[in-house]
Structure formats: C-alpha cells, structure tokens
Design a protein around this ligand. Structure first.
Ligand code: S3P
Length: 175
C-alpha cells in the first residue's frame, strides 16, 4: 500500500498547466514534471518535429507510455500534461485510477489571448494560423475533449486560477 499523491493537471493548450503546476509543486514540495518536456527528452526532438516526422499517432502513443510510466511510480509528484493527453487511449481512466486529476477550465477567449501572445507556433496544432483560425480550432478541440476533461476529480474554472486556489482545492480533496 502506498500513500503517494499523483496530481495530474489536464486542460486545453494555454490553460496554464505548466506555469501553475510548477508553482504549486514548489509550494507543496512535490516533484514537478511536464509530460511534453519528458517526451522531448526521451525522443531528443521537439514536439513539432515529432509531429512532422513521425505523425500525431506516434506522439499519442508516446504520451500513453509516459503517463503509464509516471503513474506506476510510488512517489508523490505533480504532472502537467499536454492538452490532448487525457483524450486518447484510455489515458483518462488510467489517470483517474492512480492519480488525482485536476481540470483547469479556462475560457476560449483567455486561451486565445495566451496562445497568440505566447508562441502558438511552438504548438503544431496551431502552426501558421491567424487569430480567427486559432479560435475555431480551440472551439473544435474543446467540443471533442470536454467529455474527457469533465471526468476530472477536481475542476477549477476561471481565467486567473491562482496557486492558492489550486492548493486549497487539493487540501479539501484530501480532507
Ligand atoms: C497538444 C498540446 C500540447 C502538446 C502537443 C499537442 C494538444 O501541449 O502536447 O502540441 O493536442 O492539445 P500544451 O497543452 O502544453 O500546449
């Protein structure tokens, strides 16, 4: 029996999973991991290059492999995932069996603001798109993904989710 807490942040690109995750992990003294960064390390390639050279299917299989690897650990950690990670290959079931999933529910307008300010080009899904194309893409993605995100054990909504808010939700979850 182990009492480790495996906190898994999920949500759309631009929802602040990595930024918030790092800050909360620091405060809780948990190890922090970013699934995309782990994939980049393992493959020795950027995410856009993996998509381009190997295709999305290959990337999704890597995500599943990495999620399994993390959830099999005995230690506590906070893992920030890529936006699509919970939506493929039974990943959401696995996350919920072994971890505490937290959905950061941010409005499309806020996602758009962050993605246009914040290098949408690094994300293969939005490469070369203008603002209105990104908005449409975000709406489509969210429509497909909501059913997975909504299975999260904790949902935080708002355009400015603070570390304190996330920590207090986690504390009440454990209480
Ligand atoms: C993706 C989101 C990205 C990254 C990949 C695919 C997605 O992560 O995993 O580009 O399908 O939404 P972020 O959510 O950190 O942008």
């Amino acid at each position: 029996m182990n009492n480790s807490a495996k906190i898994v942040l999920i949500g759309m690109p631009g929802s602040g999973k990595s930024t918030l995750g790092k800050a909360v992990a620091r405060q809780l003294d948990f190890d922090f991991y970013d699934l995309d960064e782990e994939i980049v390390k393992e493959e020795g390639k950027s995410i856009p290059d993996i998509f381009m050279d190997e295709g999305e299917g290959y990337f999704r299989r890597l995500e599943t492999k990495m999620i399994e690897k993390f959830l099999n650990r005995d230690s506590s950690f906070l893992l920030s995932t890529g936006g699509g990670a919970p939506c493929f290959n039974e990943n959401m079931e696995l996350i919920n069996q072994r971890g505490i999933s937290v959905f950061l529910n941010v409005s499309i307008e806020q996602l758009l603001l962050r993605l246009t300010e914040n290098e949408a080009d690094k994300r293969p899904m939005f490469r070369g798109m203008d603002t209105s194309a990104i908005r449409l893409k975000l709406q489509d993605l969210l429509a497909d993904r909501e059913m997975y995100y909504e299975q999260a054990k904790i949902m935080l909504s708002g355009d400015d989710i603070s570390t304190e808010h996330l920590i207090s939700e986690l504390m009440s979850f454990f209480r």
